[in-house]
Design a protein around this ligand. Structure first.
Ligand code: PMP
Length: 356
């Protein structure tokens, strides 16, 4: 605490990202990064972009990349796409663009922990909607009066997915406010709501290149929706920072969308490893929440999640433990390579054997 801090800074409780420790080399299964490198074509494009033109500002409107994404998703034009420096930055703009103080927004009570942080920072009231007994999103609760809605699909940290039919039900009941579907993990088995955009002018779909495209370090996220929504986000962005994506990021992102084969192979490998891992975990007595993401949410009836987290850490494996009510006996484990998951499963079996 410093006497120089503003009242706002004194009162915020910032988001705490997953650990990125440097003390030794860990098997990192804690921040849902992709275990595979990006396509070699992406790395090549980035090297090419790191040339003397870096003295010039990048294009603030990211036109070429937006056109490329619009085409990739079969949208009408680039005016339906917004680019952000990672989807976290974009989501902050979205909260400012569409949600109002005094008109509570809804999101699941177990969800991405950045949402309450943005809401508090911008003085937006919110009402967390409790997930039901098996961690599903209770759709009808989102029919109640609200000032806007946001949820990840699949949800985080549970990995549970809701169908497009349910999303349409929510959209039909909320035509006067914006419904944001945060699809950070959609490429690992779910169906994107992007195809609903032309029918629902209040739908905003947010995606990222951090997970399925192995580019968490590049910081590229994007939103797709009706042109008027995109214009709204642009008004916020242009009131904060014109140049959110640098030249290297623009080139890398373009190259990623151009290498479809690499993208499909990588995401398929992650999905296959997830399914193998779930099978093995069930064999050793774990409860595994059904996942359509690149992570799984697991618990064991005989051992506390906090203990497992600590013991895995000592064995050089990082997973995510949220010491929060209702989920304090669960661990979120990102899907690594086959070798990493073998190592993880072996370590886990040793931990469980010692208590059983
Ligand atoms: N949404 C959800 C649900 C996430 O889990 C994450 C990653 N922590 C993000 C958005 C942000 O991803 P990024 O800023 O890397 O695009």
């Amino acid at each position: 605490m410093s006497k120089y801090w503003s009242g706002l800074v004194r009162n915020i409780e910032p988001y705490v990202p997953g650990e990125q420790p440097k003390d030794k080399t860990y098997i990192k299964l804690n921040t849902n990064e992709n275990p595979y490198p990006p396509s070699p074509k992406v790395l090549e494009a980035m090297k090419q972009a790191a040339n003397e033109n870096i003295r010039l500002y990048p294009t603030p409107t990211c036109d070429e990349l937006r056109s490329c994404i619009a085409q990739y998703y079969g949208l009408t034009n680039k005016e339906q796409v917004f680019m952000g420096n990672g989807s976290d930055e974009l989501l902050a703009f979205v909260f400012l663009a569409f949600f109002n103080p005094g008109s509570p927004i809804l999101f699941p009570d177990i969800t991405y922990s950045f949402y309450p942080v943005y809401a508090s920072l911008f003085h937006i009231d919110y009402r967390p909607v409790p997930l039901d007994g098996n961690f599903s999103i209770p759709i009808k609760e989102f029919f109640k009066k609200n000032g806007g809605i946001i949820f990840p699909n699949p949800n985080a940290p549970t990995g549970k997915y809701i169908t497009l039919g349910s999303i349409e039900d929510i959209l039909k009941q909320n035509t006067n406010q914006v419904v944001v579907v945060d699809e950070a993990y959609i490429d690992f088995g779910g169906e994107s709501a992007v195809k609903l955009i032309n029918n629902y002018p209040n739908l905003l779909v947010v995606q990222t290149l951090s997970k399925s495209r192995s580019l968490a370090g590049l910081r590229v996220g994007f939103a797709m929706g009706h042109e008027d929504l995109i214009e709204g986000i642009n008004r916020v962005k242009n009131s904060i920072n014109s140049y959110t994506l640098d030249r290297v990021a623009l080139a890398g992102a373009m190259a990623s969308f151009a290498d479809e084969e690499y993208f499909q192979n990588t995401r398929r490998k992650v999905i296959a490893t997830r399914e193998k891992t779930i099978f093995r975990l069930l064999e050793i007595g774990f409860t595994v929440i059904p996942s359509q993401a690149n992570f799984i949410f697991i618990s064991h009836p005989l051992t506390s999640a906090g203990d497992i987290y600590q013991q895995l850490r000592e064995k050089g494996i990082l997973v995510r433990y949220f010491n929060k009510p209702r989920i304090d006996n669960f661990l979120r484990v990102s899907i690594g390579s086959d070798e990493e998951m073998e190592y993880f499963l072996k370590a886990l079996a040793e931990i469980i054997d010692a208590v059983c």
